[in-house]
Design a protein around this ligand. Structure first.
Ligand SMILES: CCCCCCCCCC/C=C\CC(=O)SCCNC(=O)CCNC(=O)[C@H](O)C(C)(C)COP(=O)(O)OP(=O)(O)OC[C@H]1O[C@@H](n2cnc3c(N)ncnc32)[C@H](O)[C@@H]1OP(=O)(O)O
Length: 391
């Protein structure tokens, strides 16, 4: 077992909220070879130091608790007094883990850090950080005006289907939008469609064969969905027309969804031999109840905008003739609200779910990777590409 000594280091910028000193590992180089999970744990501790954004107090408490559980085992300290607020919160977080085994705590710590830090995770795999990348295609157009960053899916001839480059550009656009001057961020589509989902030729056109494409697809999808889970500002979808597949499932991670009455919503996963993504296996039953979620996610039932509103997926439906005018007027008003207050309210809401969402995302990506290699899925994609099927 490696000898690990602990020192205390301040993480993130000083602020009123910053009250933790998270433990950082110094690992002796002369140690014998270690089990991978211990190495992952140490890498994760180092990644915590690299986080550029303060992940918020709830997450810091969770990190602290998991760290203590992984290294010291169950909480063995006397409970601090009521006025010692900080240490009491830390004690309660640690104590709440009960008798969670050290190894599970270590794994949970690693998962939590990697979910917080997709760019740190990527750079540890030798990739460039998103802000060092240039936007790869013109199929995503990003503008910022009136306190609103607008991310437009701009591939109307293909009904705004998402290419591999578009996924990467959206990750980059969200990363930039999270720190720009805008108060809210809005997605919409050019032309008659909002988005027809994943471009079904992503897999058939990938170099290196299906297996490589599936592995790459799972990594990109996980990072893509993470960037929606972690997005810190109000995120609004302006659904100008039909939405299919991942364009629908992602809506469960938006803060508000405004739809034209021309919009429709469907997720033909079973038709494609695939399975739900973007945390919809969790968010959809939560939003609309399991019976309605089943009709969408298993049977691919198409909803009208009003049906989607009745089931809680859409915030409000507007007549198509006045949709753009009404929605943008409203959004410009919202963008004038105090931005920090909106961020903090969103953080309070999202923090209750973040850990769960990251775990669901990871599981859905693993499941999809296997489905993409199944005969059911390959046949469905081939049928679409050879124009035998329209979904
Ligand atoms: C290395 C790879 C990494 C990739 C990263 C992977 C991450 C994946 C994560 C998510 C996985 C799956 C989730 C999903 O989104 S599943 C849903 C996928 N979408 C569909 O099944 C829709 C397929 N399209 C249709 O059924 C129809 O096109 C339509 C949307 C109902 C519209 O019908 P229409 O008659 O009005 O128009 P049509 O002539 O068919 O379309 C115009 C042109 O657009 C092309 N097109 C439309 N949608 C897609 C699409 N999803 N993929 C690729 N191409 C699409 C269509 O082929 C037409 O092109 P052309 O004019 O013939 O050249």
């Amino acid at each position: 077992m490696a000898a690990v000594t602990l020192r205390r280091a301040r993480c993130w910028c000083p602020s009123l909220l910053q009250f933790f000193r998270l433990p950082v590992a110094q690992v002796h180089l002369s140690r014998p070879a270690m089990r991978a999970s211990q190495q992952d744990f140490e890498n994760a501790m180092n990644q915590v130091k690299l986080l550029k954004q303060d992940p918020g107090n709830q997450v810091k408490l969770k990190l602290y608790a998991l760290y203590k559980q992984a290294t010291d085992g169950p909480c063995n300290m006397p409970k601090p007094g009521v006025f010692d607020l900080v240490n009491k919160a830390k004690w309660e977080a640690w104590n709440s883990l009960g008798s969670l085994p050290k190894e599970t705590a270590r794994q949970n710590y690693v998962d939590l850090v990697s979910s917080l830090s997709p760019s740190a995770e990527a750079s540890s795999q030798g990739k460039h950080e998103a802000d060092e990348k240039a936007q790869k295609s013109k199929d995503i157009v990003v503008t910022s005006e009136d306190g609103i960053t607008k991310i437009v899916l701009n591939r109307p001839t293909k009904k705004n289907a998402l290419t591999f480059e578009m996924y990467q550009d959206i990750i980059l656009a969200l990363k930039n939008a999270s720190t720009d001057n805008s108060a809210i961020t809005v997605f919409t589509g050019t032309g008659d469609y909002y988005c027809s989902g994943n471009d079904l030729t992503n897999f058939t056109s990938a170099a290196g064969g299906m297996e490589e494409a599936a592995s790459k697809g799972a990594v990109v999808l996980r990072e893509f969905v993470n960037s929606f889970i972690d997005f810190p500002k109000p995120l609004v979808a302006v659904v100008n027309g039909p939405a299919v597949g991942i364009a629908v499932t992602l809506l469960g991670l938006f803060d508000a969804v405004y739809a034209s009455d021309k919009a429709t919503f469907h997720t033909p996963f079973s038709h494609l031999g695939q399975s739900p993504e973007a945390c919809s296996s969790y968010t959809f039953p939560k939003i609309m109840g399991s019976a309605k979620a089943t009709e969408m996610l298993l049977f691919g039932k198409k909803l009208t905008a009003r049906e989607a509103w009745a089931q809680g997926l859409v915030s409000e439906v507007f007549p198509d003739s006045t949709f753009e005018k009404e929605v943008w007027t409203r959004l410009k008003g919202y963008a004038k609200l105090p931005p920090n207050s909106m961020r903090i309210s969103k953080e309070l809401i999202r923090n209750n779910e973040k850990e769960k969402l990251h775990a669901v995302n990871a599981e859905e990506c693993t499941t999809l990777k296997a489905k993409w290699l199944s005969e059911e899925c390959i046949n469905a994609i081939m049928n679409f590409v050879s124009r035998k099927a329209k979904l």
